[in-house]
Design a protein around this ligand. Structure first.
Ligand code: F6P
Length: 581
């Protein structure tokens, strides 16, 4: 692929975001509406939940509990339509496989991974569904994944002693771990319970050791997932896993060792050379993907192999269909009814105009326990940037806020931890509440109580409790016990409200709905990156730490190695550690 295939217009320098008339109009509007309370907004417009509501694909986005008016929405949508930003062109360019990841000269085509087989996706002369970069395309690799998943699930994949595989260990980190690990938790009811599936990411030996605890090596298969196959954590864990396996198999010859590795190790990577160097037969036991799939956008590729084994090919296809449905929603729906676009604009409204630097994602579903961790990489590795993608001379860096800090925990656990700050703290943290009408776990009235809590929290955050309401309540109940007068107690028990949230609902947490939910956030993040003028698809910010770690390793490992020239703080810390190892 030639760099000339860049769409030059996409990268034409653009004015600073803060100098756009559309931005200035939003600033002026912000000054007018910033003090409006959600109480007022609902009082003057009781039906606003009918308008600030999008329902499509079985998903609901209720965004009425946001500090917006019709005018705010109009101005935000005008920002999205700003010709020099060119959001529509960028969306089109992504789906058409243009090389929009400019700093790495790559296309960004995670949407191709879930494109139906029957719908050709032609990029630079190739139908990616069948062929990509001269090798197998999306669907031949999916066939390979499904065939493998079937063999393991049916007990046909045998270990070195002839026993069928019963344990699957995914070794990977970042995008090569968070997606499958999160989705495995989310879709537990769909997994084959006869298999034990675990995920190892941390270089801390505790992670691998605990994951292997109690497992029979003869029944254990490792999936080594690494796009580059050079990531220190993954390769270190993979090497130790290989040693663990070979210690148990104790092969007599080199050939027997290779056979044992072939039965117990498969790789998912774009780097066949490094896979072979590790000792995995790349022609038989490697699942490929392509450099146009970013690590954090790779769940639908072979990176989801462990998940495909756990939930089976049919459920994995449902997941892909869910992703694709949201891709189509994003590509085709007008911005005003486009869930990713609306979520993105609301995020910008709070991040850039109100100046609130973080937002919380609060799934009211224990199965989504890892969802926020997954979104942290998706959002913060994508938009935690300062360099502009289309700078004007002398303005290479943004002087506006970009990616927010994302955090959260499943409800109701969060309620008993940090919700105090959400309700009464000095910081305002907009939040996304996610819930499902039905649960897979029919246990007494647990699910009703869970949903009641979700609804109660969004209501409490938005409307709070006024002085009058509280005074009436306390005078009825009395304030005895605290030793404080009613007047003294009131400020401590007031709820200011006016804390915005979105509520996202679906019928059930099934593979298709999980796919829709993930794609919703993927596209939201992309829209924000385009508006903020950053490249959402590189991650140069993780490199420096990696370089310094490899510089430090010899000195940590061996006390005789000279201390590298680093600042006095790092040197003293290193010396302190060395004396105690
Ligand atoms: O943390 C940096 C990063 O490159 C992520 O973007 C990526 O998901 C992760 O490391 C793992 O990379 P790889 O799949 O190449 O091992």
């Amino acid at each position: 692929m030639e760099p000339s295939l860049h769409n030059q217009a996409l990268f034409a320098p653009r004015p600073k975001l803060t100098e756009l008339p559309e931005w200035r109009r939003l600033q002026a509007h912000y000054a007018e509406v910033k003090r409006l309370h959600l109480r007022q907004l609902f009082a003057v417009d009781p039906q606003r939940a009918q308008r600030f509501w999008i329902e499509d694909l079985g998903l609901v986005l209720d965004y009425s509990k946001n500090r917006i008016t019709d005018e705010t929405l109009r101005l935000l949508l005008a920002l999205a339509e700003t010709p020099t930003i060119g959001l529509r062109d960028w969306i089109g360019a992504m789906f058409a496989g243009k090389r929009i990841n400019r700093t790495e000269n790559r296309a960004v085509l995670h949407v191709a991974l879930r494109n139906p087989r029957t719908r050709p996706l032609l990029v630079e002369g190739e139908d990616l569904m069948e062929q990509a970069e001269g090798g197998p395309g999306v669907w031949p690799v999916l066939d390979q994944i499904f065939e493998f998943a079937h063999r393991v699930r049916a007990g046909l994949w045998l270990g070195y002693s002839g026993k069928p595989i019963r344990n699957v260990i995914n070794i990977g980190i970042g995008g090569s771990d968070l997606g499958p690990a999160m989705a495995f938790e989310a879709l537990k009811p769909y997994t084959d319970r006869r298999l034990t599936v675990r995920f190892v990411s941390n270089i801390d030996g505790a992670h691998l050791s605990e994951a292997l605890h109690g497992l029979d090596p003869a029944e254990t298969l490792f999936i080594i997932v690494s796009k580059t196959f050079t990531t220190l954590e993954t390769i270190t864990n993979a090497q130790s896993a290989r040693q663990w396996l070979l210690n148990a198999a104790s092969p007599k010859t080199e050939e027997a060792a290779q056979q044992a590795i072939a039965r117990h190790f498969v790789a998912v990577s774009t780097n066949a050379e490094q896979v072979a160097a590790f000792g995995i037969d790349a022609s038989r036991n490697m699942f490929g993907f392509w450099d146009w799939v970013g690590g954090r956008y790779s769940l639908c590729s072979a990176v989801g192999l462990a998940l495909a084994v756990a939930i089976g090919p049919q459920n994995f296809q449902q997941l892909l269909q869910g992703f694709h449905a949201m891709d189509e929603h994003f590509r085709t729906r007008p911005f005003a009814q486009n869930m990713p676009v609306i979520l993105a604009l609301l995020g910008i409204w709070y991040n850039n105009f109100f100046g609130w630097p973080s937002y919380a994602v609060l799934p009211y579903d224990q199965s989504l326990a890892r969802f926020t961790a997954y979104l942290q990489q998706l959002d913060m590795e994508s938009n935690g940037k300062s360099a502009r993608l289309r700078p004007t001379p002398g303005a290479e860096f943004v002087d506006w806020q970009t990616g927010p800090i994302l955090w959260g925990e499943p409800g109701t656990n969060g309620q008993h931890a940090f919700f105090q700050l959400l309700h009464q703290g000095t910081k305002i943290v907009p939040a996304d509440f996610i819930g499902f009408a039905q649960s897979h776990y029919r246990l007494n009235d647990h699910h009703s109580k869970l949903l009641a809590n979700l609804l109660a929290q969004t209501e409490a955050l938005a409307f709070g409790k006024t002085r009058e309401e509280l005074a009436a309540e306390l005078s009825k109940a009395g304030s005895e016990g605290s030793g404080m007068s009613l007047e003294e107690l009131l400020p401590h028990r007031l709820f200011p409200g006016n804390r915005p949230s979105n509520t996202i609902l679906a019928e059930k947490l099934d593979p298709a709905n999980l796919g829709k939910l993930i794609a919703l956030y993927e596209h939201k993040i992309f829209v924000q990156g385009v508006i903020w003028d950053t490249n959402s698809f590189d991650q140069w910010g993780v490199e420096l730490g990696k370089q310094l770690a490899s510089k430090l390793l010899p000195a940590v490992e061996n006390p005789q190695t000279p201390i590298p020239s680093l600042c006095s703080s790092t040197q003293r810390l290193l010396m302190w550690l060395r004396k105690r190892r």
